[in-house]
Design a protein around this ligand. Structure first.
Ligand SMILES: [Cu+2]
Length: 142
């Protein structure tokens, strides 16, 4: 188990290095890419899914590539949507999973929660009167 942890840490390090160096292939070799749109109608969207949903393995390295489009309102800092991960059980926040999106495409290297179970993604920017409906299922498999 200890070895696995070390390999995960090294793998995360290589992925981050890839981003710093602008070497996409280094990132892609290490992390699965998940493409997400945070859209102007206050909906998360994933190509090919009627209801967007993210499923990952516990501790898995993922590259979240997000394209955000501005809704009717946005934060002072220019963020147009957010992405916060909550445990479905008690709606507590998962550390390290509080993202803010500017208009356009941005990438985040993330490590899936270690604990399998049901989670929920919620938008943290008041992006329109539809903001409360901006959420998405997120499942962590063992
Ligand atoms: Cu939003």
């Amino acid at each position: 188990m200890k070895n696995q942890w070390i390999i995960q840490r090294i793998s995360a390090g290589i992925a981050v290095l890839g981003i710093v160096l602008g070497c996409e292939s280094l990132v892609h070799a290490q992390a699965r890419v998940i493409e997400l749109t945070a859209d102007q109608d206050s909906r998360y969207k994933i190509a090919g899914m009627r209801a967007p949903e993210i499923t990952v393995k516990a501790g898995e390295q993922i590259l979240l590539r997000v394209t955000a489009r501005r809704g009717k309102s946005w934060n002072r800092d220019g963020s147009v949507h957010g992405f916060s991960l909550l445990r479905a059980r008690d709606r507590t926040k998962v550390d390290g999973w509080d993202l803010l999106f500017k208009p356009g495409t941005q990438e985040f290297v993330m490590t899936a929660p270690a604990e399998p179970g049901e989670y929920e993604v919620v938008c943290t920017v008041i992006c329109s009167e539809e903001h409360e409906g901006m959420h998405m299922k997120f499942t962590v498999l063992p």
